[in-house]
Design a protein around this ligand. Structure first.
Ligand code: GUN
Length: 293
């Protein structure tokens, strides 16, 4: 049976450090890190995520502001709000929860956030810094940064000689995850819906990272014995065994069977999930320190 990573515990230790850094900044400069979260529309899952982000920001001693906008908000109004927050010295981090309603241009909104306040790491300046190997001066997307902490805990900082396979090529996760693994000297393959012989590619992975949004897609026979599996998927599936209409959360990896083969594996829930919020807090405190350097 594989070692199962306790994401809640790792996230709690990150949050502890963030809290200490936040108090230190307040004591030294009289400044509280400020995080502004914007949510447009009423997607229930997004509201759950945003509430957790706002709650955690308060627990970290931040100045936490949430802007809840109606689904019919115009692009002009949304851009005006971002512009206002860009110019607000008490706000160090801005996050626009995705997905946005279809009539809005998410890319234009994301790129309108000042790179120094882009705690999601989605601005081309931050993405570009990561791609060119500058891991120090930009802001790195939260979920890959969190997943990378797990990888480092298991394998150390140098992944020389290891094959890493990432399933999924999104700007929010797959691409930055690939870049972080590459910066740590892994040999990286990024797979996606057009990849041929996916199972075969995955079987070569010493580190297998799944972020596709397909419930339990990765099976036991896709896994190299002893591999490290990081499951980024969060999928809600029907669970009739729990009663009529009940659901449960599963990842992109068939956990029970893969845990028989893997060396280390992350559970869902309780793996990567808690890390995303923790790294968002870490990015916000980093941005606040830089703004007050
Ligand atoms: N929606 C799902 N995950 C994320 C995230 O990490 N950041 C933003 N902005 N939206 C999301």
């Amino acid at each position: 049976m594989a070692n199962v990573i306790d994401g809640k515990a790792v996230a709690a230790s990150v949050i502890e450090k963030v809290r200490a850094a936040s108090s230190e900044l307040e004591a030294a400069a009289g400044v509280k890190p400020g995080l502004a979260v914007i949510i447009v529309g009423d997607d229930p899952a997004s509201h759950v995520y945003v509430s957790s982000k706002s709650r955690m920001a308060k627990e970290c001693g931040f100045n936490s502001v949430q802007h809840t906008l109606p689904a019919e908000t115009s692009q002009t109004d949304l851009l005006a709000l971002v512009e206002q927050l860009n110019g607000d010295a008490t706000v160090h981090g801005i996050l626009v929860q995705l997905p946005l309603p279809d009539h809005l241009d998410a890319d234009a909104v994301t790129q309108s956030i000042k790179p120094e306040k882009d705690v999601d790491g989605l601005h081309v300046i931050n993405a570009g810094k990561l791609m060119t190997g500058d891991l120090k001066t930009g802001l790195i997307s939260c979920t890959p940064a969190g997943a990378m902490l797990f990888v480092r805990q298991t394998h150390g900082a140098d992944l020389s000689g290891l094959n890493a396979v990432v399933i999924g090529r999104s700007n929010l996760f797959g691409k930055p995850m690939g870049a972080l693994l590459l910066a740590a000297n892994a040999t990286v393959t990024i797979c996606h819906s057009r990849t041929k012989d996916l199972a075969e590619v995955c079987r070569r992975a010493d580190i297998l990272v799944a972020a596709v949004g397909r419930p339990e897609m990765v099976k036991k026979d896709w896994v190299k014995p002893g591999a490290t599996i990081i499951d980024v998927g969060i999928n809600r599936i029907p669970a009739p065994e729990r009663g009529e209409g009940k659901t449960r959360l599963v990842g992109d990896v068939a956990f029970a069977e893969c845990a028989d083969v893997a060396g280390t594996i992350t559970p869902v829930p309780g793996g990567v999930g808690p890390m995303t919020i923790a790294m968002l807090m870490a990015n916000t405190v980093t941005a606040a320190f830089r703004a007050n350097a």
